[in-house]
Design a protein around this ligand. Structure first.
Ligand code: PLP
Length: 396
C-alpha cells in the first residue's frame, strides 16, 4: 500500500546515476574515464534558450506560476505537437511538469494499486517498474527483443492483457535499446486495444524527434480511438539538451469521457511541487518557437556517432550490435563474451576506464546486453571502443 514505509522500500533506482557517481569518483582519483553511461546530450542548451530564461528573471518572473503551467508555455506545446504529429490538442489538456519523470509518476500512481496489473517494456526505462512496484500493482514485462529490432510486438503485448490490466506503458524511440516501433505495429496494437477498454496507455515519447534514416516518429496521439485513455509523456530534456532544467510536458485526456484525468494530475501538482519555475517555462517557449538549427546539428552528430559505434562494436570479437533507429543509445549483444553483462560493465569501468550500463539494469531481459550512450565525442567513443577491445582481448 502506498502509505506504508514498505512501499518506499520497493522503490528501485536508476543505475545510470550510480555509474555516473562511480565514474566521477574514479576521475577525481586521477583515472581517465570515458563516460558512455549517462543518458543526456553532451551539448549545451542553445544560447537563445538560456537568454530567454535570463530575460524572464530580469523581467521579474520570480513567483509561482499556475500548477498546470503558464498558458503561453502550454500553447507553445500545442504548436509543437501540431508540427510534429499533425494533431491539434487543447492547451487545457497540456500539463507542464518538472521533467519527464513526474508524468510517469502521476500516470502510474493513478492506475496502480494492489490487484491491478501494469504492462511495461523489458528491457526498458527502469523507473517504470520501480513506480509500478511502489503502487503495489503487479509489473508485467512486455519482452522487447533484438530479433524484432527492439520494437514492441503488438501481438505479444495484447496477449499479456488480462481483465486486471489497467495501464500499458509504451516507449518508442526507446531507452535503452534505441528501438523504434514501426507504424504498422502501432496500428495493430491500437486496433487490438479496442477490445480492452479498461486499459489506459502511457506513451513515453521523450525521444520523438530523435529518429534516423529519414524515419518519422509515430505518436499515439495520431489515434483518436484511444485519445480518451491516453497520456503522452514528452519534454525538453533530450531534444534541446535541457536535462538539468527539469522541464517536461504531457498531454492528458480532457474531453467528455476522460476529463477527470487532467484535473487529477493538476491537483497532484498543487499538492506536490506547486508549479514549474517561470524562467524555465519561458526558456521552454524559446526552445519550441526559436531556431532548430542546433537541434539539427546535434542530431547530425548523433547520427555520425551512431555509425561509428555500431561499426566499432561489430568489429570487436564477442560483441554484435544492431543499428539503433532512434534515441542516442546502442544496445550491443555481449553474450558471446561469456560474461554476465553487469560484471562486464563493472570490470570495464574499474579496469578499462569505460563507463556503460549493464543490460539487466533495464530489466531481466537485458541480460546479455549493455547500454552504451553515444552522447559523447567521436574521439571519446573511439577511445572507449579501443579500450573495450583491448580489455576483452586480454580477459580470461
Ligand atoms: N523517459 C525516458 C525513456 C527516458 O530515457 C528519460 C530520461 O532518461 C525520461 C523519460 C526522463 O526524462 P527527464 O529527465 O525529463 O525526467
Amino acid at each position: 500500500m502506498l502509505h506504508t514505509i514498505a512501499a518506499f522500500d520497493r522503490l528501485g533506482e536508476e543505475n545510470a546515476f550510480a555509474v555516473l557517481a562511480r565514474a566521477t569518483a574514479l576521475a577525481h582519483e586521477g583515472r581517465d574515464i570515458v563516460n558512455l553511461g549517462i543518458g543526456q546530450p553532451d551539448f549545451r542548451t542553445p544560447d537563445h534558450i538560456v537568454e530567454a530564461a535570463i530575460k524572464a528573471l530580469r523581467d521579474g518572473h520570480h513567483g509561482y506560476t499556475p500548477a498546470n503551467g503558464l498558458l503561453a508555455t502550454r500553447e507553445a506545446v500545442v504548436r509543437r505537437t501540431l508540427a510534429t504529429t499533425g494533431v491539434e490538442v487543447s492547451p487545457e489538456s497540456v500539463m507542464i511538469l518538472p521533467g519527464g519523470k513526474p508524468t510517469m509518476f502521476a500516470a502510474i500512481l493513478m492506475f496502480g494499486e494492489p490487484g491491478a496489473e501494469i504492462l511495461y517494456p523489458d528491457p526498458g526505462f527502469p523507473i517504470y517498474r520501480s513506480m509500478i512496484e511502489f503502487t503495489g500493482a503487479k509489473p508485467v514485462p512486455v519482452p522487447i527483443c533484438e530479433e524484432n529490432g527492439f520494437a514492441f510486438s503488438a501481438e505479444e503485448t495484447l496477449s499479456l492483457i488480462t481483465p486486471k490490466t489497467r495501464l500499458l506503458i509504451l516507449n518508442s524511440p526507446a531507452n535503452p535499446t534505441g528501438g523504434v516501433t514501426p507504424r504498422a505495429e502501432i496500428e495493430k496494437l491500437v486496433k487490438g486495444l479496442e477490445k480492452h477498454p479498461q486499459v489506459a496507455v502511457l506513451s513515453d515519447e521523450i525521444y520523438d524527434v530523435m529518429t534516423y534514416d529519414g524515419q518519422k516518429h509515430t505518436s499515439l496521439l495520431q489515434f483518436p480511438e484511444i485519445r480518451d485513455r491516453l497520456v503522452v509523456l514528452n519534454g525538453w530534456s533530450k531534444t534541446w539538451a535541457m536535462t538539468g532544467w527539469r522541464m517536461g510536458w504531457s498531454i492528458w485526456p480532457n474531453g467528455a469521457k476522460g476529463a477527470h484525468l487532467y484535473d487529477k494530475v493538476r491537483k497532484l501538482a498543487v499538492n506536490c511541487w506547486s508549479c514549474v519555475n517561470a524562467p524555465s517555462q519561458y526558456a521552454g517557449i524559446a526552445a519550441i518557437d526559436g531556431p532548430q538549427d542546433e537541434v539539427d546539428r546535434m542530431m547530425a552528430a548523433f547520427d555520425r556517432r551512431r555509425r561509428v559505434v555500431v561499426e566499432g562494436l561489430n568489429a570487436i570479437p564477442g560483441i554484435s550490435c544492431i543499428t539503433p533507429k532512434g534515441a542516442f543509445y546502442a544496445f550491443p549483444n555481449v553474450s558471446a563474451t561469456g560474461r554476465k553483462a553487469k560484471d562486464l560493465a563493472s570490470a570495464l569501468l574499474e579496469e578499462a576506464g569505460v563507463a556503460l550500463i549493464g543490460g539487466p539494469d533495464f530489466g531481466v531481459l537485458g541480460e546479455g546486453y549493455m547500454r552504451l550512450s553515444y552522447a559523447n565525442s567521436e574521439e571519446n567513443i573511439l577511445r572507449a571502443l579501443e579500450r573495450i577491445e583491448v580489455f576483452l582481448g586480454k580477459a580470461p
